[in-house]
Design a protein around this ligand. Structure first.
Ligand SMILES: [Zn+2]
Length: 219
């Protein structure tokens, strides 16, 4: 009997879907905000586990990702728009990796969000009547955070050297998107300690098995 070990990076089989909240399954190995965001829909090859389940999930995710200082207000319709942005980023990533043209709708969606990126300057009077250059508090900080994600995606997709470092984990059960920051640019797994080790162990088992079979044949 072949024992299939639990892979640290994989979701448990026993998940009750849809999740009440995706927070326990957020995944931070993407290497940049746009890919961490794409990875909030997990196990894309099979169960497509939604990890931004509620507006509150998105609000907390944006803080956990360092894109908002406090939990911003998120409406159910904004959650829907955020998921559209996420799927546009993922469609662009998948097309890029497949060497296929990126769907125009994906580009248009990411581009639309760029209008919310960035800060707006503000000149105020400080102590003693001294002018102080600062920034305006965004009217909608959740939208601004999503704009920051879109800007990260745009920089990654629109810059050839960055585009060439987008990866999907080579584990056949993981499907995580990640950004390869290794010097050689040959990283294959989202995490060497989980998916990478698992792949090594699997190769080792396969080698031992074929060695054992060869021994049986020659005996
Ligand atoms: Zn992986």
């Amino acid at each position: 009997m072949t024992v299939v070990p639990a892979r640290a990076q994989d979701l448990p089989e026993a998940l009750v879907l849809p999740l009440a909240s995706g927070a326990p399954w957020w995944y931070w190995l993407g290497g940049r905000p746009a890919l961490d965001f794409a990875n909030t829909l997990r196990e894309r090859w099979r169960r497509r586990v939604e990890c931004l389940v509620t507006p509150d999930d998105l609000s907390r995710w944006l803080v956990a990702a360092g894109l908002a200082g406090h939990e911003p207000a998120v409406s159910p319709s904004l959650l829907g728009e955020a998921r559209e942005l996420r799927e546009a980023i993922d469609a662009a990533v998948a097309a890029t990796l497949a060497g296929a043209p990126v769907p125009p709708a994906a580009i248009a969606c990411i581009d639309d969000w760029l209008g919310h990126a960035g800060t707006r300057p503000r000149l105020a009077l400080g102590q003693g009547g001294v002018p102080v250059l600062g920034e305006r508090i965004p009217a909608d900080s959740a939208r601004r955070a999503l704009g920051t994600i879109a800007l990260d995606a745009a920089a990654m997709l629109g810059t050839p050297a960055e585009r060439a470092r987008i990866r999907i984990c080579a584990s056949d059960t993981c499907s995580a998107r990640f950004y390869d920051r290794s010097a050689a640019g040959r990283r294959r797994w989202c995490s060497m300690t989980a998916c990478g080790n698992e792949a090594k162990a699997r190769r080792h088992r396969a080698r031992s098995r074929s060695a054992a079979e060869a021994a049986e044949v020659s005996a």
